[in-house]
Design a protein around this ligand. Structure first.
Ligand code: SF4
Ligand code: SF4
Length: 374
């Protein structure tokens, strides 16, 4: 019989949860959660896993990614074990353990290190950007002290390495989620993969599962307008970011200097940027005023992620207006550099930050649906 493992519980707490050992396994949290079904038993079962130190049961779980952190379970817990936060902590723990270098563990557990890594990366990216404009006087001054090629090559190595680590994290996640701790699933019907894919796309487009949480009749959000509910905030951030990424890729492929707002990729960029800033701005506001229990316990990773999105959006719009008006003042160049550095940091730190959930959740949803389709 498995024994309680206090060392593992303490390790989990470093990823941000409260003292979940207060839980006495009453099961209220699982009963009130709108997203559990006959195949799932979260958060209660995972609190047991955390107490018993069953690390692999946590890392192999799709259930972590089924939770949208609505906080309904936290509001009804008689022991203040904050089960909603515990689920978010396990997602951080999983992201950190899928990434193979240990850097994400350092980032999540140690705020000063997190800030140092962000700043160092910003400086390296700043130098790298200067190598793209070697004719500028500040670039010439820097290249006196460090050869152009070295700075440029360091930048390229960082890009290649983070791409590889992203793939490794993704691979580790899929390997873990493919383990079965119980009975092996039955054979899947033909074309089940297509149904599962449709299920994931449908969820990403409609956020139907997330809406189930917000629609809770006696819940806080039930009285609020749909456009202010957490599901729509999440939707705006996600689709805003995807749209901006697409617009940037299109600008790059079409080699368009984006000097007109009516260029299709610019329209896509502008609309997506507005959605992203709306979602990130509202999420920041909810965290600042601690509008519900869900937003009451923010971590540095939450703030960094949301502020990065918001500032990237704001500086992007600044640059767009300046390009339209033909301004070339030094302050605009500085804002352009800040915009590019922040956008690059978001992409480079994808696998090492909370942002990784954008990839992991759809994969887990797909695999979850494959199981129930079997
Ligand atoms: S976390 Fe709270 S509600 Fe859930 S089983 Fe434990 S004591 Fe009960
Ligand atoms: S936070 Fe919401 S979705 Fe997550 S386990 Fe609790 S009730 Fe369920």
């Amino acid at each position: 019989m498995a024994k309680v493992n206090p060392a593992f519980a303490e390790e989990l707490q470093k990823y941000g949860t409260a003292d979940f050992k207060a839980c006495y396994s009453c099961g209220n949290c699982t009963a009130v959660c709108n997203l559990t079904d006959e195949n799932t038993n979260f958060p209660r079962m995972y609190i047991r896993y955390g107490m018993l130190g069953l690390k692999n049961e946590i890392l192999d779980s799709k259930d972590l990614w089924m939770c949208y952190a609505c906080g309904d379970c936290t509001a009804t817990c008689p022991r203040q074990a904050i089960p909603g936060d515990y689920m978010a902590t396990m997602r951080r723990y999983a992201i950190a353990h899928y990434e193979p270098t240990g850097l994400t563990r350092l980032i999540f557990k140690n705020n000063p290190w997190y800030i140092a890594i962000i700043m160092l990366l910003a400086v390296i990216l700043g130098f790298f950007l200067l190598t793209l404009k070697p004719e500028m006087s500040v670039s010439r001054w820097i290249f006196q002290y460090m050869p152009f090629e070295i700075i440029h090559n360091i930048g390229e190595v960082i890009f290649a390495l983070t791409g590889l680590l992203m793939l490794a994290g993704f691979w580790n996640m899929v390997k873990h989620l493919s383990h079965y701790n119980g009975d092996k699933p039955k054979k899947r019907p033909k074309a089940a993969w297509l149904k599962s894919l449709k299920y994931v796309v449908n969820e990403l487009v409609t956020m139907k599962r997330y809406q189930t949480c917000d629609n809770e009749e006696d819940g806080f959000w039930h009285q609020k307008h749909n456009l202010t509910r957490p599901w729509f905030v999440h939707w705006s951030i996600m689709w805003g970011f995807i749209g901006l990424l697409l617009a940037t890729i299109l600008d790059f492929l079409l080699k368009d200097p984006a000097t007109t707002v009516w260029w299709p990729s610019r329209i896509l960029g502008t609309v997506s940027g507005l959605f992203m800033m709306y979602g990130a701005g509202l999420a920041l506001y909810y965290r600042m005023v601690k509008i519900t229990d869900t937003y009451a316990n923010s971590k540095l990773a939450d703030w960094v992620f949301l502020w990065s999105l918001w500032i990237t959006g704001l500086t992007g719009f600044w640059v767009e207006v300046v390009v339209m008006l033909g301004g070339n003042a030094p302050v605009n160049q500085v804002i352009f550099v800040i915009h590019v550095i922040m956008a690059m940091e978001l992409v480079l730190l994808f696998a090492f930050s909370k942002f990784a959930h954008a990839l992991y959740r759809p994969v887990a949803l797909y695999m979850y649906h494959q199981n129930i389709a079997a």
